[in-house]
Ligand binder design. Structure first.
Ligand code: BGN
Length: 277
């Protein structure tokens, strides 16, 4: 398939000729209402879509770690589905929610998403995506990256500039082989911060390079939300992360799936990270 085509009459409403997108707002913040607003897209079960008249190059999984942000989730789904569909991708959206009441472990939820998605289908690349980041330009193509790609380069909250050169958080894309090569994310970061820096270290330590699109394309709006509790131990864990790359990650991941459902707009995974698997 050619990526990024004009696909129907709603196109000119959402997308303008310079690639800038109008961010859609849900009429009501419920999943049913969002599904109704997206009914014209003809999504398949589990938040899956693939082009009907051509063969997409790759199978793509969008993995979204989640807890208690329904408003963000509704806006995310309402905007991401038209955006990804327009790019003629074969994709599925996975929402991975933490069941236990420990501090939020974003990295571990993304590892779980990777693992569980691969049990369902042979995905070739993975976009690890914060639920509060909405792309603003449709030239920001979610194609399978040759090298790990940092997608959320220019975010409105950071005045559309990169806060520091090694930032690898927000939205990132990796192909399956690279994610496995670096042993996924660390499972050690409970609470906000540094798990993305750890991933940047992993990528570099394995001879890979972080790539980026130009900032006028890789633009995102950050939705408002209550901030998570930060992790006071993150500096220390990050300082000696290197010694754990080969023992802390996909190969040490322990979790229990409480629920896995194919919903109309996404595949939902509810997971307990706290105990032994
Ligand atoms: C950094 C955080 C990242 C976060 C960015 C952007 C740390 C580690 C300090 C040693 N890193 O400061 O996790 O994505 O800000 O918000 O806290």
């Amino acid at each position: 398939c050619n990526e990024n085509v004009n696909f129907n009459y709603t196109d000119s409403f959402i997308f303008s000729s310079d690639g800038t997108m109008r961010i859609l707002v849900p009429a009501q913040e419920t999943l049913e209402e969002v599904a109704q607003q997206l009914s014209w897209l003809k999504l398949l079960e589990g938040g899956h879509h693939e082009p009907l008249d051509c063969q997409a190059r790759y199978k793509i999984a969008i993995i979204v770690p989640y807890r208690d942000r329904l408003s963000n989730l509704c806006t995310f789904l309402l905007n991401m589905h038209p955006f990804l569909t327009k790019q003629q991708l074969d994709y599925s959206i996975f929402i991975v929610e933490q069941f236990d009441d420990s501090l939020f472990n974003r990295a571990m939820l993304m590892n779980v998403g990777f693992n569980e998605a691969l049990k369902l289908r042979e995905f070739e690349c993975f976009f690890f995506h914060d639920v509060d980041l909405i792309p603003e330009n449709d030239r920001n193509i979610y194609s399978c990256p040759d090298q790990p790609r940092h997608m959320s380069v220019a975010i409105d909250k950071f005045n559309y500039s990169l806060p520091y050169v090694d930032l690898f958080g927000g939205v990132i894309g990796l192909n399956r082989n690279h994610f496995q090569l670096v042993n996924g994310f660390s499972n050690q970061y409970w609470g906000w911060g540094a798990e993305d820096d750890d991933m940047a270290y992993r990528v570099k330590a394995h001879g890979l390079n972080i790539t980026r699109y130009a900032p006028n394309v890789a633009r995102y709006r950050m939705l408002s939300h209550v901030n998570q509790e930060s992790n006071p131990l993150r500096f220390e864990i990050l300082r000696n992360s290197r010694v754990r790359f080969s023992t802390d990650g996909l190969n040490s991941l322990k979790y229990r799936v409480e629920s896995l459902k194919q919903l109309p707009l996404f595949t939902y995974i509810l997971v307990d990270l706290s105990g032994e698997s």
